[in-house]
Design a protein around this ligand. Structure first.
Ligand code: UGA
Length: 444
């Protein structure tokens, strides 16, 4: 298939990154979204969310002529060779993902299927869903049409905040399906696998892993579940460290120095958040239950994470005694640095708990400048020192790089109290202590 025509259905986070990166590799890509406003916005080079480097890449690939966006299915899907499904799969009833958007994408696509069309599912779906997508497409075809199309599963491993890096320089690309379907998709990824494109990095050696459909779908869930479990493990060890008088900042890197374990995702903090870990671990638990299996390790990973968010409140109560009427400043609101995403963000949880306890809350985040209506009582500050103004306690929740450059004396000077709680263990605590603050962290 020389110069294949590629379409991406769904231009949210995963879809817009996929479309822009494939266009950068030199492919002809059309992004389709049934939301005309979204399609127009992207066609004009505007992103409806924040992701470092993506707006620039979007404009570059639009200007190169390799990338287009439309809300017209015919323009996007007529004569298409490879179609990526990148629609949302939010948590639905009973913890299982809601597949309504996927069903709607299948109905849009069905009339355009031809012999050899490859449908690539990138949406995170329960194990077995690719077969379901095939059935949906077949059901949506006119009675006398029976094109020999292929369905391939290609899970995404994109972290918010570094999605372009993760797409272009991955550890592995997973393709599940039969050989005739996998071949054309693997061909699209050749520039990444061989690192032969304008921004290639010679030191990156991505693995191309081909599997059956169900295994590819399972890999996605199991990878996220392992990462969530690893962080929960680090937090549990940190809690034990506090009890016995050990220091998690020394213990965890030493555990991770064992190459079998590794230091990544082994930091103690206020717990994991975001739109993926909670959703995917919950979905994998639901899958287990569907088959009469109880995934206890996965359940514990979620439970430990819930408790971890309460650690902040417990520490503030222990130090300040009564939270009612106390001023508490939160530094960092997004679920992690490098994104404006507030979905399942630990800071939101902490803010709710503080407000419920009667505290007066201020917050500063480098990017998030607005909170949901139920947190309208939180004062959004213009900088960290403004947030700390007259605060009894300052709590760092999201480790934005700029917080490591905070001036201890200036922060201490802005506060009325002296408590600094570093919820991510990233601040140089001795310097803040020297400025007269009492510094607490997680796991020490
Ligand atoms: C995650 C996975 O890392 C991606 O591979 C996957 O593709 C994506 O989910 C998805 O399923 O779409 P993401 O949720 O964007 O990506 O963010 P991560 O960087 O994985 O961080 C998740 C949470 O873990 C954040 O709240 C972060 O603060 C927290 N975390 C991370 C810790 O609490 N401790 C750590 O040591 C590392």
């Amino acid at each position: 298939m020389s110069n294949p025509k590629v379409a991406v259905i769904g231009t949210g986070y995963v879809g817009s990154v996929t479309a822009s990166c494939l266009a950068l590799l030199g492919h002809q890509v059309c992004g389709f979204d049934s939301d005309a406003t979204r399609a127009d916005q992207l066609a004009a080079g505007q992103l409806p969310f924040y992701e470092p480097g993506l707006a620039e890449l979007l404009r570059e690939t639009l200007a190169s002529g390799n990338l287009r966006f439309t809300d017209d299915p015919r323009q996007a899907l007529e004569d298409v060779d490879v179609v990526f499904l990148c629609v949302g799969t939010p948590t639905g009833a009973g913890g299982n993902p809601d597949l309504a958007q996927l069903a709607s994408a299948a109905w849009t696509l069905a009339p355009y299927l031809r012999d050899g069309t490859v449908v690539v599912n990138k949406s995170t779906v329960p194990v077995g869903s690719a077969d379901w997508v095939r059935t949906l497409l077949e059901e949506a075809l006119p009675r006398n049409a029976a094109p020999a199309f292929h369905v391939v599963s290609n899970p995404e491993f994109l972290r918010e905040g570094s999605a372009i890096e993760d797409f272009l320089y991955p550890d592995r690309i997973v393709l599940g399906g039969d050989g005739d379907g996998v071949g054309p998709v693997a061909a699209l990824y050749v520039p990444i696998v061989t690192q032969a494109f304008p921004r290639a990095r010679t030191e990156v050696v991505p693995q191309l892993i081909t599997t059956d459909l169900a295994s590819a779908e399972m890999i996605k869930y199991a990878a996220n579940a392992f990462l969530a479990m690893k962080i929960s493990f680090a937090n549990e060890v940190a809690n034990l460290c506090e009890l016995v008088g050990a220091d998690a900042r020394q213990v965890l890197p030493a555990i991770g120095a064992d190459r079998r374990i590794g230091t990544a995702f082994l930091s103690a903090g206020v717990g994991w958040g975001g739109s993926c870990f909670g959703k995917d671990v919950t979905a994998l638990i639901a899958t287990g239950h569907d088959y009469g299996y109880s995934p206890d390790l996965l359940r514990a990973s979620i439970e430990v994470n819930k408790l971890q968010r309460a650690v902040v409140i417990r520490k503030l109560q222990r130090e300040l005694k009564i939270l009612k009427g106390r001023r508490v400043a939160i530094l960092g609101l997004s679920f992690k640095p490098g994104t404006d995403d507030l979905r399942d963000a630990p800071a939101i949880d902490v803010a709710h708990r503080l407000i419920a306890a009667g505290a007066v809350v201020s917050a500063y985040d480098p990017i998030v400048k607005q909170l949901p209506p139920d947190l309208a009582g939180v004062r959004i500050a213009s900088d960290p020192y403004d947030a700390a103004h007259r605060a009894n306690a300052v709590v760092l929740i999201t480790e934005w790089p700029e917080f490591t450059g905070l001036e201890p004396a200036r922060l201490a000077g802005a506060m009325s109290g002296d408590l600094l709680l570093d919820g991510r263990n990233v601040l140089p605590d001795a310097e803040f202590r020297a400025a007269g603050l009492r510094v607490l962290g997680v796991g020490w």
